[in-house]
Design a protein around this ligand. Sequence first.
Ligand SMILES: Cc1cc2nc3c(=O)[nH]c(=O)nc-3n(C[C@H](O)[C@H](O)[C@H](O)COP(=O)(O)O)c2cc1C
Length: 310
Amino acid sequence: MCKIPLMASIFRGLYLIEDKRLEKELFGLKFKNPVGLAAGFDKDAKLFNELNNFGFGFIEIGTLTPKPQDGNPKKRLFRLKEDSAIINRMGFNNGGVHEAVERLRKNNDVLIGGNIGKNKVTPNEDAVDDYKICFNALFDHVDYFVVNVSSPNTPNLRALQDKEPLTKLLQVLKDENIKRSKGKPILLKIAPDLTDEQLLDIIEIVSVTKIDGVIATNTTISREGLRSDNKNEMGGLSGKPLAVRSTEVIRFLSQKSNKAFAIVGVGGIHSKEDALEKLDAGADLVQLYTGFIYEGPKLIKDINKALLSR
Ligand SMILES: Cc1cc2nc3c(=O)[nH]c(=O)nc-3n(C[C@H](O)[C@H](O)[C@H](O)COP(=O)(O)O)c2cc1C
């Protein structure tokens, strides 16, 4: 009868660190610690309460789309063990935003980010409506929003990162946000494959639309320096080979914007040193996915312990 609470308390005993010095206030939210779970792991908001027992400071669910969709045919996820990396072409497989909302009603006080996208069948001209549906459905159930226009696995999605469509999309969501008595923070998740010029555009767009920050970065389409057999699979590459580029993007955004907005650093964090590097480059929070797979939940504790001993 008490199987789950017992397991939960074992995991909490092993992995949780609670310390006031790890707390972080950012865009009006209080994070228990700055180490989060990146989007894509709990796409359908099925596991966030359990995952929270591993000591994350926040958990990002999604990417969710308005309608359920299967995603790409399997096999669509490949480990690149020699490179401590993953290539995935999941393609936003999810049960749709409305089902996720029902599960989010059972949140035991986990700080949740809602990562939103568009259905594959929705043409880019109508993409704004998909994001708006997800935004409004999730509004009462998440603490912050992430606008995902950077997955390489939905055809043409990344074209929404261009200045004009992106400004329009973010403006529409800001307009929805101000209809509420208290708005929610909105972040933009970007690809690591943007040029410096495109990153400067991002800084301008954040400033014009006054969104709260950027998540840098999503997976890359680059295949530089890989050794594993699976290196030529199609999809987005995550894990260790992404670390340097994603930190570069964080540093560029932080320096060129003069720290004008919040930055969540993600990409290739497999050790406490990797996390500290991203924080030193200008990230306010960090997230993990592939490092969590390869290193296990101890990585979260290691990073938080390193922060405490600083
Ligand atoms: C299997 C898999 C699925 C992912 N799905 C999503 C997703 O649905 N939405 C999203 O914004 N990012 C998604 N990501 C990207 C991660 O959130 C993260 O940005 C990226 O993997 C880089 O971090 P990492 O090197 O720690 O994995 C996914 C990553 C992986 C490996």
